[in-house]
Design a binder for this molecule. Structure first.
Ligand SMILES: O=C(CO)COP(=O)(O)O
Length: 272
């Protein structure tokens, strides 16, 4: 099977590892160190493919120390943030604190937040706002469940989440936004959306962004795919012209496997 390359990438591809609730801070340090060595050995060019990790909150300070101490080019971010800045919000974490820890990104609206913690599009929008307020780049996660996919309503459903989570924000505020399309039925299940499915949705997301914020914004915005991404399937998935990277869960907990995923370009085949 051949896949289409993105040619000269208009957008820098991004391979992001969401560690979820795995890796205490000592394990996280070991994982990041191994990842950094593996990428160094492979002479990874971070200007061609950006690499980011999303440790649990408790690992962020250690990740910051390692990244700054060793001058690593690996970016990092938080898995969530509060929509508030400070005050009586027990257990919540302010974007202000995350910015102080050097986070570049904050995930917003991961499907596990939406399902386990019942986060609504409105809350996601407030979190996107909070991220922007503190200079963090929001990585907004959207995607349909099996029910919507089987009913053929996946595009409509996912675009509604997109609109709802970005409502009332303008292109200037959202500059740099990353959108991660993660079909819930493909997360942690071993089921992977086909390259055509990933491309179909990434294209629909870009078209929606264009109608909301204009062509320049849509062209500059990275759309990632997430859901059972591995080194063996990443090249196929990222073959679609609108798919700019991957948000990786389970496979990001293995440094060598994750490093292999960052080398997806080596496996892309031109469809001429
Ligand atoms: O939810 C995901 C990343 O945010 C995907 O997880 P898996 O790669 O484990 O399916």
């Amino acid at each position: 099977m051949t896949t289409q390359t993105n040619g000269v990438f208009d957008r820098t591809p991004l391979i992001a590892g969401n560690w979820k609730m795995n890796m205490d801070h000592t394990q996280g340090i070991a994982l990041l160190q191994k990842l950094a060595w593996t990428l160094k050995d492979a002479r990874h060019d971070f200007s061609r493919v950006e690499v980011a990790v999303f440790p649990p909150f408790t690992g962020l300070r250690s990740v910051q120390s390692l990244v700054e101490g060793d001058g690593l080019q690996i970016a990092y971010g938080a898995q969530d943030l509060s929509d508030q800045d400070s005050g009586a919000y027990t257990g919540d974490i302010s974007g202000q604190f995350l910015a102080k820890l050097g986070c570049r990104y904050a995930l917003v609206g991961h499907s596990e937040r939406r399902s386990i913690h019942a986060e609504s599009d409105e809350q996601c929008r407030d979190k996107v706002r909070a991220a922007i307020r503190h200079g963090l780049t929001p990585m907004l996660c959207i995607g349909e469940g099996l029910e919507q996919r089987q009913a053929g309503e996946h595009v409509q459903y996912t675009l509604e989440q997109l609109r709802g989570s970005l409502a009332e924000l303008n292109a200037g505020e959202l500059e740099g936004l990353v959108v991660a399309y993660e079909p819930v039925w493909a997360i942690g299940t071993g089921e992977v959306a086909g390259p055509e499915d990933a491309q179909e949705m990434a294209h629909a997301i870009r078209a929606e962004l264009e109608s909301l914020y204009g062509e320049d914004f849509a062209k500059a915005t990275r759309v990632l795919y997430g859901g059972s991404v591995k080194s063996s399937n990443v090249a196929n998935i990222l073959g679609g012209a609108d798919v700019d990277g991957a948000l990786v869960g389970g496979a990001s907990l293995d440094a060598e496997e994750f490093a292999k995923i960052t080398r997806f370009e080596q496996h892309l085949v031109t469809d001429q």
